[in-house]
Ligand binder design. Structure first.
Ligand code: HEC
Ligand code: HEC
Length: 374
């Protein structure tokens, strides 16, 4: 049982008359540690999304999720208390950022565009270069990166331990004093609860195409059609987006690809992506395939934010795919190295379809908002 805390509690009582170091966290006898369990089936929709596999040693609790949410929005996680996770990951932008490249404390630049954050429970690899496998370990990266939050873990542990709400919430959520280990578990819980499932796109599959406008319908056919060219007109009849951005998640439908691919942006790679992690030349220029849910609001686009608008993205796939790129995905090369050359109408149709993926319920859900502003 929680004998350890009883002992510490007794010690605290026993020495309460001693002089206290003012920097020492004032820790009271734990209140009742009785967190409220949250059933994962109330968080994840199942159905076409399926149930994600979840960390078995970090069950969801109301208190744990709330603690994670407070930490996510708290600038004291950065060295000069100026930046929170939520500064670069904004709810109204699908937890991405309306900025080409991120900048951390003192305006220092980060080399990549901030990733959107939702449906992370269904991902096995994180960051554009797929270098992280768990959210629990991931959170330590931005906190310690010199150009993001530039914090040290010992200093952070001290700060948390001096803050009343954390003394209260670590106790409620984990029966512990504030510490960075449980901090990462609480943030893992909060991040896993960010579920986007209510876009129109998610409503009309499968088979409810009648909910679409004519233009959206044509866009859906392009999105979900294999690349082929009409023998008479020479026009593309399919743009094959679904192989990489398919299914309910609009992401990595093809498990053989591991969710990372080279979509033909570059021939020379200034950022080697996954290749820089593995050192394998065959992995150069491979990046995590993002979900296209909420794509209308997560721009600028791509790992380096090179495209400001969806029109520019569509122009890339239509006209500018670099088929000579040495590691280009076989799914792209299946185009027979021929540019799709979508017409202006086809581009508009594809865009109309992409715009059905916006989930306003998710983007405005108060449960994901900044708890300090309410
Ligand atoms: C300075 C801006 C900035 C801050 C602060 C920041 N992030 Fe990020 N975040 C980014 C960028 C940029 C990326 C993409 C980095 C990469 O791929 O190398 C990213 C990627 C991520 C991802 C990966 C998502 C995916 O699908 O692969 C997660 C999760 C994440 N951040 C969570 C957090 C959390 C939690 C915090 C706070 C502890 C945080 N971030 C703080 C900018 C930021
Ligand atoms: C071979 C797999 C593949 C195919 C096919 C594919 N994509 Fe992508 N897509 C990716 C990858 C990988 C990225 C991220 C690349 C990067 O950042 O370097 C991406 C990025 C995007 C982005 C930017 C997402 C963001 O959050 O920045 C959009 C929008 C997009 N794709 C739309 C499409 C459309 C529309 C089609 C069909 C015309 C398509 N994709 C076909 C793999 C693919």
């Amino acid at each position: 049982m929680r004998l350890g805390w009883v002992v510490i509690g007794l010690l605290t009582l026993g020495f309460s008359s001693c002089e206290k170091d003012p920097n020492d966290p004032v820790y009271k006898t734990p209140s009742v540690y009785k967190p409220t369990q949250v059933d994962p089936t109330t968080i994840f929709p199942g159905g076409r999304f399926g149930m994600p596999s979840l960390p078995s040693d970090n069950p969801f609790t109301e208190e744990g999720i709330m603690l994670g949410r407070m930490l996510f929005y708290d600038p004291i996680l950065s060295f000069d208390s100026s930046i929170a996770c939520g500064s670069c990951h904004r709810q109204e932008s699908g937890f991405a950022e309306p900025k080409k490249l991120s900048s951390g404390i003192n305006g220092l630049q980060v080399a990549r565009n901030a990733s959107p954050l939702f449906n992370l429970a269904y991902s096995r690899k994180f960051f554009w270069d797929a270098r992280q496998n768990t959210l629990r370990e991931l959170v330590f990266e931005p906190i310690q990166a010199h150009n993001e939050m530039a914090m040290t873990l010992p200093l952070l542990a001290k700060r948390l331990a001096r803050t009343d709400r954390y003394i209260e919430y670590f106790d409620k959520a984990f029966g512990s004093k504030p510490n960075v280990f449980d901090m990462s578990k609480a943030m893992e819980q909060f991040l896993l609860t960010l579920v986007s499932k209510d876009s129109r796109f998610n409503g009309f599959f499968p088979g409810k195409f009648s909910m679409l406008s004519e233009s959206e319908k044509r866009g859906a056919l392009l999105y979900n059609g294999l690349v082929d060219f009409d023998a008479v007109t020479g026009l593309t009849t399919g743009a094959d987006c679904f192989h990489c951005h398919g299914g309910a998640l609009a992401q990595q439908n093809n498990p053989d690809m591991g969710g990372i691919a080279n979509n033909g942006l570059d021939g020379n790679f200034s950022d080697k992506g996954f290749g820089a992690i593995t050192g394998n030349p065959a992995d150069r220029g491979l990046f995590k395939t993002p979900s296209l849910l909420n794509i209308a609001v997560t721009g600028p686009y791509m790992h380096d934010g090179r495209f400001a608008t969806l029109d520019e993205v569509i122009d890339h796939y239509s006209d500018n795919v670099n088929y000579l790129s040495p590691t280009i995905s076989p799914m792209m090369a299946a185009h027979g190295n021929r540019q799709l050359k979508l017409t202006a109408q086809q581009k508009a149709d594809l865009k109309a379809f992409l715009l059905t993926m916006t989930d306003n319920t998710f983007l405005t859900n108060p449960a994901y908002g900044n708890p300090f502003k309410q």
